[in-house]
Design a protein around this ligand. Structure first.
Ligand SMILES: [Zn+2]
Length: 194
């Protein structure tokens, strides 16, 4: 069964070892931030630093594992129809919108949506790390390291699928930042299969 995450919102759910999580971009050009925590010990959490270090690459796709802060594989990408995602930038937040966009009454962003979605498991906002940003297109200048947030390459119906390598608590959003989503907020869909 496919679940919809409404624009600028988030969801939390459990994913058992061996299950597949497929994240769909139903309309195209919409980012989804993904977090994972080990169900057995919520201090074990998805790690951008370890994953990128071990991959020796910034852009991950089919076959790449996503590691925890304890260097265990949490998820593995098993299907990817887009080939461009981001694992560098933190979830957009009230402060993102205040600092980068100059909003005076900022939206809580993916960060606030993730904190709310994960609260039932007792996961605190301070335990939210850099998310794996499905469909987010961040350009990197190889010389200067300058980064740009570009329109996602995803088109309507594109997807990325992950197999869980341990029992997990997942946080997932339909991203709330204008720049990341080429100027409009759209829903995200996901499906969990055995
Ligand atoms: Zn976001």
């Amino acid at each position: 069964m496919r679940h919809e995450i409404a624009p600028r919102s988030g969801a939390g759910f459990e994913l058992r070892e061996g299950q597949t999580l497929t994240v769909y971009d139903p309309r195209g050009e919409q980012v989804a931030d993904l977090l994972a925590y080990a169900k057995a010990d919520l201090r074990e959490v998805i790690s951008s630093g370890r994953t990128l270090d071990y991959a020796s690459r910034l852009f991950l796709t089919t076959g790449d594992p996503l590691y925890s802060n304890r260097s265990n594989v949490m998820l593995e990408i098993v299907e990817d129809t887009v080939g461009r995602h981001d694992f560098l930038l933190t979830p957009c937040s009230k402060d993102t919108f205040r600092i980068i966009y100059g909003d005076t009454d900022p939206h809580r962003g993916c960060f606030g949506n993730l904190a709310a979605a994960l609260e039932p498991w007792g996961i605190a906002a301070d335990s939210i790390p850099t998310a794996f940003n499905c469909f987010m297109n961040v350009g990197v200048d190889g010389e200067t390291g300058a980064i740009t947030v570009d329109p996602p390459k995803s088109r309507a119906g594109d997807r990325i699928a992950f197999v869980a390598r341990m029992d997990l608590i997942i946080g997932l959003t339909a991203c709330s930042a204008l720049q990341s989503n080429n100027g409009s907020f759209k829903p995200i869909e996901y499906e969990v299969t055995d």
